[in-house]
Ligand binder design. Structure first.
Ligand code: ZN
Length: 477
């Protein structure tokens, strides 16, 4: 039995997070709104209306194109893609066809095993979304809210080789979209949608077999599952001597099965022609440089720099650059701290990240600012407070917004390392627990941990636990 490899290309639709739609002033995001509330004559295609291009759509699409290393074209055109469907009121979708906004480009996707897969982008274009059709109790309901929502369509080359690689691509793309601030990239809310083209061939072959297209995968898990199931089906078909036909398949999330939708249309069916109501997009170098002033250092570049510049392990660098606000937070805290980068990373990854996850906010929204975090670490380094007080201090700063030094002073949290004070506390503990003392003296020395706990409690966590233990052991001799 020959071994097969999968050939996978992804077509992604990205909803840009502009306030208004692409060709009218209606609100773009309707996730929380009732059906048909954000619509107007333009986006519902009434006769006599004219589209007006939203400048922000072009700017966000250009940012994405450049971040994908694509070449923004000096002139690009809008075209009408004609098809008849109830949720497309105009009878055509305004899209871009042979002269898209950008061409070429790639995303280097790091895989969990350390390999990097370069995924080529064939083209990137702007288009409007269609409405939504819903079947309910044998009736067909149409919601036009999505009509005219701005999308970027990005098509990859057939460069991915497994379901896992496809999932990793989507994970990295989502990270990039959020990093750039061009899309919320929430798959559950259809801000990021993905169709997958899948074919197989014998390992080592260089030709391409007919492919199937999987539609309607709207989570990372669904991308991985649907592609994996389709690869296995194609292998079974080929092994049984059948041909793979160019079907369009729909992923049924609940049943975790693929259903055949239709035999695939060819592009000629759409009868593309230039949109006569819109001017071409002209992108000269001056306009481009204004937009690119907003382009930040990209996540994978920053990840590499964190390893290089700060000597962080890849694991740390990957987590710290998961979101832009977190990586900005890290660098600001490190600058304020001025010491070991790994020490700041540990505090951030263990404690601050937990706080961020619990509160469901971004790092930039914490009251525990980067400089407060640096101050807490310095207080621990200087021995002013012990580690557990330092960690409790983080929550106190977050809930009050007060400076760590002030809290330490006003609550008397500074560590007690005065031997006489500790000795007094230990003596009290021993006097109050004669039974445990005799058990200990009878040979159960593991009780020392319990005694230390009691003394720490009495000192309200302020005593230095190492010193407490040494003094107790000495007193119990
Ligand atoms: Zn509208």
């Amino acid at each position: 039995m020959p071994d097969y490899e999968a050939i996978i290309g992804l077509e992604t639709h990205i909803q840009l997070n502009t306030k208004t739609k692409i060709f009218c002033a209606c609100k773009a995001d309707s996730w929380f709104d009732p059906p048909n509330t954000n619509i107007c004559p333009v986006c519902t295609g009434l006769p006599g209306v004219l589209p007006v291009l939203n400048k922000e759509v072009v700017e966000k699409a250009v940012l994405l194109a450049v971040a994908m290393h694509a070449e923004v074209q000096p002139v690009s055109f809008f075209d009408r893609k004609n098809y008849f469907y109830p949720d497309l009121p105009k009878g055509y979708q305004i899209s871009q066809y042979d002269k898209p906004l950008a061409r070429g480009g790639h995303l280097d996707v790091p895989m969990p095993d350390g390999r990097v897969r370069r995924v080529q982008i064939t083209k990137l274009h702007i288009e409007e979304d269609a409405g939504k059709t819903k079947n309910e109790n044998g009736r067909r309901l149409i919601d036009f809210n999505r009509c005219g929502v701005p999308l970027v369509e990005m098509v990859t080359g057939p460069d991915l080789r497994s379901a896992d690689e496809a999932a990793q691509y989507i994970i990295r793309l989502r990270q990039l979209l959020r990093w750039l601030g061009v899309s919320e990239a929430d798959m559950e809310k259809a801000h990021l949608r993905c169709d997958a083209n899948v074919s197989i061939r014998p390992k080592g072959a260089d030709y391409l077999n007919p492919k199937t297209e999987i539609k309607n995968v709207n989570s990372i898990v669904a991308v991985r599952d649907a592609i994996q199931i389709e690869i296995e089906r194609q292998v079974r078909e080929v092994e049984a001597g059948h041909r793979i036909e160019a079907w369009t398949l729909e992923w049924d999330e609940d049943a975790a099965v693929l259903r055949k939708m239709r035999s695939k249309e060819t592009e000629a069916d759409y009868r593309y022609f230039r949109e006569p109501d819109l001017l071409p997009i002209r992108m000269d170098s001056e306009r481009l440089s204004v937009i690119l002033a907003e382009l930040p250092e990209l996540p994978l570049e920053r990840r590499a720099r964190f390893v290089e510049q700060y000597g962080l392990p890849e694991y740390d660098a990957d987590i710290l650059t998961g979101e832009r606000s977190l990586s900005d937070y890290y660098e600001a805290a490190l600058k304020a701290y001025g010491g070991d980068p790994k020490r700041v990373s540990n505090w951030l990854m263990n404690d601050v990240l937990r706080m961020i996850n619990e509160k469901g906010v971004s790092a930039g929204a914490l009251r525990l600012t980067p400089s407060y975090l640096a101050e807490v670490i310095k207080l621990v380094d200087a021995g002013t407070v012990n580690t557990s007080t330092g960690k409790a201090l983080l929550d106190k700063v977050e809930s009050t917004g007060r400076a760590p030094g002030d809290i330490v002073q006003s609550e008397g949290l500074a560590k007690v390392s005065d031997v006489d004070a500790i000795r007094a506390v230990c003596a009290e503990v021993l006097a109050e627990n004669p039974e445990q003392v005799s058990t200990y003296k009878g040979g159960k020395v593991t009780l020392i941990g319990w005694f230390v706990g009691q003394a720490m409690k009495k000192s309200r966590g302020k005593a230095d636990p190492q010193k407490v233990k040494a003094i107790l052991e000495e007193m119990l001799k």
